[in-house]
Design a protein around this ligand. Structure first.
Ligand SMILES: [Zn+2]
Length: 492
């Protein structure tokens, strides 16, 4: 596997809003019942869809039968699926003069989808009340996949209706101000679009050519600034490159916020959100800053003074400056983009300790970033994790073929320096990736809330080597055994 050396970086004290407390280990109570109810809902929906598909088959509506069966979507239990949501409100309707059987099929499918979304959402609301935020988000994501126009779920996910589209509050503000999102140039005043497309650029109150504009932004200090909803990207590559990077970062941000809601929000906040009493709160504070260099050479030269071994990295997050740094062109790596941006999200979404992972538990700081590297698009979904990801291949290989494994009892005592100075660092990173996937997926996600609580404890400096065992309510030797079973039995 590839090993990306991560530069060791000094720490500074960060000041951020106080986040949530620890999730108690008692969270398990009532959990099994919820998982059963979720599985029953899914099974019932599958049976109803199959019944409708068979009805279509009998009438020779083979295309409709296929569409009906396709509504279930893929379901690998070792992956998270996050639906790609349409922004347009309302589904495509059949023409009014369609054959009556087609109209009936459409009506029945719509009703099934709507009922399923409602049932999933109700179950999600009880899951949140029983300390199961992870399951609750799983359920609302299934609900929005069944019915992309479910209003309560859309609101919960931060959307509102605006001119026939689902938009975030930020988008509505910019649209109201007379701007549009241009896929190449990002947010632009409406009146600028045509001239931008003709190759002109607006700079300091006047119109100039694209070539002159590029010359003016050649150095990173005077680079273009691309603003997205949660990021401020400075780049001397091109506006277009900054915009593309911004889209990826926003995608990561949105997904990260859903999975780790209990990292930055209190349980009361999450309940209020699910009850429709609060809007999806967005980090109102300063945007996350990212610097995107023209190329590898420019990145090396600009950062060498701060990071002497900069050429060994292909991207990094620097706590002192609270910025993530990447470069475009040859050597650009999307996985490292998600990796370092994940470090930034964990550092800047709540108040964190000055010495995260210094004394112990450092493996999870890297494990969770390695896990988020796997973000990719598969059809109508963004996915995370899975045994088909290269990190999981490596983790499986090291454990099962090389018989390499450092027991959790020992691994959790490793601080940053100990782990990074270890000659087996690359293999330890593989194990960290494997263990993180285990905590996300084992037995339908039974440890996922404990994992989020573990991250909150480690980042807020309230951890010790026994924290993970306490939060999962399971001894380390038992977790070791479960991990081995997970790696042996799944993803074959
Ligand atoms: Zn890292």
């Amino acid at each position: 596997m590839r090993c990306k050396p991560i530069p060791q970086i000094g720490r500074v004290v960060l000041t951020m809003m106080v986040g949530c407390g620890l999730l108690a280990g008692s969270a398990r109570a009532g959990g099994d019942e919820l998982y059963r109810a979720a599985a029953e809902l899914r099974a019932k929906y599958a049976a109803e869809l199959e019944e409708l598909a068979a009805w279509c088959d009998e009438r020779g509506l083979s295309e409709e039968a296929k569409k009906t069966r396709g509504r279930l979507g893929p379901r690998d239990p070792d992956k998270l699926y996050l639906p790609v949501l349409p922004s347009k409100i309302g589904r495509a309707r059949l023409p009014g003069d369609s054959p009556p059987e087609m109209l009936e099929w459409d009506r029945r499918l719509t009703r099934l989808r709507r009922d399923q979304a409602n049932a999933l959402f109700e179950l999600a609301r009880s899951a949140v009340r029983r300390h199961r935020a992870s399951l609750a988000y799983d359920l609302v994501l299934s609900a929005i996949r069944a019915n992309p126009d479910h209003e309560a779920v859309r609101r919960l996910l931060g959307y509102q209706k605006y001119r026939g589209q689902w938009r975030t509050a930020y988008q509505v503000r910019r649209l109201r101000a007379g701007e549009v999102w241009h896929e190449k140039f990002g947010w632009l005043p409406n009146s600028h679009v045509r001239r931008y497309e003709q190759g002109q650029r607006y700079h300091n109150g006047r119109w100039i050519t694209a070539a002159e504009d590029a010359r003016l932004h050649r150095d990173i200090e005077s680079g273009w600034v691309v603003e997205t909803e949660h990021y401020r990207i400075r780049t001397n590559r091109s506006i277009e490159a900054g915009v593309q990077l911004g889209e990826k970062l926003e995608r990561l941000f949105r997904i990260w916020r859903q999975i780790f809601v209990r990292y930055y929000a209190s349980e009361a906040d999450v309940i209020a959100l699910f009850d429709g009493r609060a809007r999806a709160r967005r980090a109102r504070g300063p945007k996350l800053h990212v610097v995107f260099f023209r190329d590898r050479d420019n990145y090396n030269r600009s950062l060498r003074a701060v990071i002497p071994n900069i050429e060994k990295s292909i991207g990094l997050y620097l706590e002192q400056t609270r910025r993530a740094y990447f470069f475009a062109g040859k050597g650009y790596d999307e996985r490292i983009l998600y990796h370092e941006a994940t470090h930034q999200l964990f550092h800047q979404s709540r108040r964190v300790a000055a010495d995260v992972g210094r004394k112990a538990n450092f493996w999870i700081v890297e494990g969770i970033a390695l896990y988020m590297e796997s973000l990719r698009r598969e059809g109508d979904y963004y996915t995370l994790g899975g045994f088909d990801d290269q990190r999981m291949h490596a983790a499986q290989y090291r454990l099962l073929k090389d018989d390499f494994y450092v027991p959790l009892e020992e691994l959790t005592t490793y601080g940053m320096q100990k782990l990074q100075a270890d000659p087996r660092v690359a293999t330890l990173y593989s194990q960290a990736a494997g263990l993180t996937n285990f905590l996300v997926y084992y037995e339908g996600g039974r440890y996922r809330d404990a994992l989020v609580a573990y991250l909150a404890a480690v980042y807020s400096g309230r951890d010790n080597p026994g924290t993970l065992s306490e939060l999962t309510g399971t001894t380390y030797s038992e977790l070791d055994k479960q991990y081995r079973r997970f790696m042996e039995n799944q993803g074959r």
